[in-house]
Ligand binder design. Structure first.
Ligand code: KIV
Ligand code: ZN
Length: 560
């Protein structure tokens, strides 16, 4: 057992001048969900009929036109579910349900019976085609496999006819295709096609599964290209792929197989299925979406889809699952957050000047495409720095603090996050901002302000200001070219107020209506050591907002 090498390199496929690596995908494949069959059979607790129905309806809403609903001959539950879908009219026009069967008479009969009254459907028959399976599991040789495949196909064709079913397509899977001698697989599939007879392309499906992913993804693609090159009935056949994920490459191998000519994909949402699962259609489809190709699947409410799948499967979607995970549109590092903020703010420029579609640093797709919100884009933790904090203040609350203020905001947020030892939410961030810049308690309070006189058409104002200084209420007077400078001059006459100068002043309005709120940002420089402190004032009146900002900054300078 310890002999080395224990495993063999999978034998390459003899494709001459392979073309698929130079191909580009032009359109989305036909999607077939196998969640309710391959996915369901591999759940620790299979879905209840109610859950299955809810799931089925969700698959229809997402846009699947082909849905494998069960293995009716193998399980009474699957038989009953198929009957329920048909008799209760749950299958909309244009959607084909599919049912799986083995190539044995009594199983085929039961499968056909499950479809009574269906308007259109697919019967999917599989026969294990690999030598490994034939010899070790069934004690059958290639002739036996060929015979079973052809006879099973004929039995199905007859069964459909006998039952008077209309619009039934046929799907055949040489199970373990990627472990099967490729020329033998071609031979079996041609014999099956001949047994079935003439067909429209969409009504005869050859599904070529990687039942166990034993080959690298490029070899799966090679097998598909080779198969298509040899098989004689491509005009009347749809080639389908069905990749399992044992090596974690099912998305890649399916992607490559599509370049190699496959036109249909079977898989499940988030990759549920036997062992490591089936190919994850969410990831595959959204990868295709990210290349500018219409997928015909609607994942615009990803959070709801995640909830339904998690409830049905009892298995949580991983936080870092591509596209769907809770963390995939978050950035923890400050430099990432800063780049995202700049990228989002320059979206127009990127489109107009660089002719880029969606290109934002660190964000592969626009989260809005799948119903995720910008406000959840960035979590702030002790690593995130000022960029992320300012971004949230802008995006979620409409503040546009001056650039010089950003480091002070970053420091305040950092200190809070360090203490909390966890990421902080946007509401918490606002509270930190309020506590550190707006609601600053200290020795100075503004109680009232009124203008006594104005001269030179309002260029010089004299004002009386009611203040509380160190707990004592008093009236002070000052003159200046506006309310702020008049107040500052008045405060400067007092010995019980620290020495300061106004270092920076800016204002903005929030909202565009008549009752827009004014926001003022003021920094004062403390005379004793030259340190700068920012304060923020908010009021419906711009002058009041400015005065509040002055007092907030001054209180900070006096208390720190
Ligand atoms: O993985 C597989 O080979 C299957 C077949 C039934 C198609 O699920
Ligand atoms: Zn499978």
């Amino acid at each position: 057992m310890n002999k080395y090498p224990k495993y063999e390199y999978p034998k390459p496929i003899p494709v001459k001048n392979r073309k698929w690596p130079d191909c580009q995908l032009k359109k989305a494949p036909v999607w077939c969900s196998v969640d309710l069959r391959d996915g369901n059979q591999a759940l620790p607790i299979p879905m209840t009929p109610e859950r299955k129905l809810k799931y089925f309806k969700m698959l229809v809403e997402i846009g699947f036109k082909e849905i494998e609903v069960g293995f009716p001959s193998a399980s009474q539950d699957d038989f009953d579910f198929t009957r329920k879908l048909i008799t209760e009219n749950h299958v909309p026009k244009g959607v084909r349900i599919s049912v799986l069967t083995q190539a044995r008479k009594h199983l085929i009969d039961r499968t056909v019976e499950s479809l009574a009254g269906v308007k259109e459907a697919i019967i999917h028959c599989y026969v294990a085609a690999s030598d490994l399976h034939g010899h070790i599991v069934f004690d059958k040789n290639r002739d036996d496999v060929m015979k079973m495949s052809v006879e099973g196909t004929k039995m199905i064709s007859k069964g459909i006819e006998k039952a008077g079913l209309k619009n039934i397509a046929y799907e055949f899977s040489p199970e373990e295709f990627t472990d099967t001698d490729i020329d033998f697989a071609v031979k079996v599939c041609e014999a099956v096609k001949e047994a079935w007879g003439k067909s429209a392309k969409q009504d005869f499906i050859l599904n070529l599964p990687a039942t166990v992913e034993r080959r690298p993804p490029y070899q799966y693609a090679d097998m598909i290209e080779y198969f298509i090159g040899k098989y004689r009935y491509m005009d009347e056949t749809t080639i389908s792929v069905h990749a399992h994920n044992d090596q974690g490459c099912a998305v890649a191998s399916t992607d490559m197989s599509l370049l190699a000519g496959a036109e249909r994909v079977e898989g499940t949402l988030f990759g549920h299925g036997e062992r490591t699962g089936n190919v994850d259609i969410v990831t595959l489809a959204l990868n295709i979406h990210s290349r500018g190709i219409k997928t015909n699947l609607n994942f615009s409410d990803m959070n709801s889809i995640v909830k339904v799948v998690e409830a049905a499967s009892g298995i949580p979607v991983h936080q870092r699952h591509p596209y769907a995970g809770e963390l995939v549109f978050t950035a923890f590092s400050g430099s990432h957050q800063d780049a995202i903020r700049k990228g989002l703010n320059s979206r127009k420029k990127a489109e107009e000047f660089f002719h880029l579609g969606w290109k934002v640093p660190y964000l592969h797709i626009d989260p809005a495409d799948i119903g995720r919100k910008y406000e959840r884009l960035i979590r702030i933790n002790s690593q995130s720095g000022k960029g992320g904090a300012v971004f949230i203040l802008e995006q979620d609350f409409g503040f546009r603090p001056p650039k010089e203020m950003h480091p002070e905001i970053g420091d305040a947020v950092q200190a809070y996050a360090d203490k909390k030892k966890k990421e902080i939410t946007s509401d918490e961030l606002f509270e930190v901002f309020k506590k550190n810049f707006i609601d600053i308690k200290g020795p100075y309070g503004l109680d009232g302000f009124h203008i006594i006189s104005e001269e030179n058409a309002g260029e010089t104002v004299r004002a009386k200001i009611s203040v509380t200084i160190n707990g004592t209420k008093c009236e002070i007077e000052g003159e200046g070219n506006g309310p702020v400078s008049a107040t500052v001059h008045a405060l400067k006459t007092r010995k019980d107020v620290i020495g300061f100068i106004i270092n920076d002043f800016s204002e903005q309005s929030m909202g565009q209506t008549a009752d827009a709120t004014a926001v003022a940002y003021v920094s004062v420089k403390r005379n004793s050591d030259g340190k700068i402190f920012y304060g923020v004032g908010i009021h419906s009146n711009i002058e009041q907002a400015a005065l509040r900002a002055v007092f907030a900054a001054l209180n900070k300078a006096a208390s720190n």
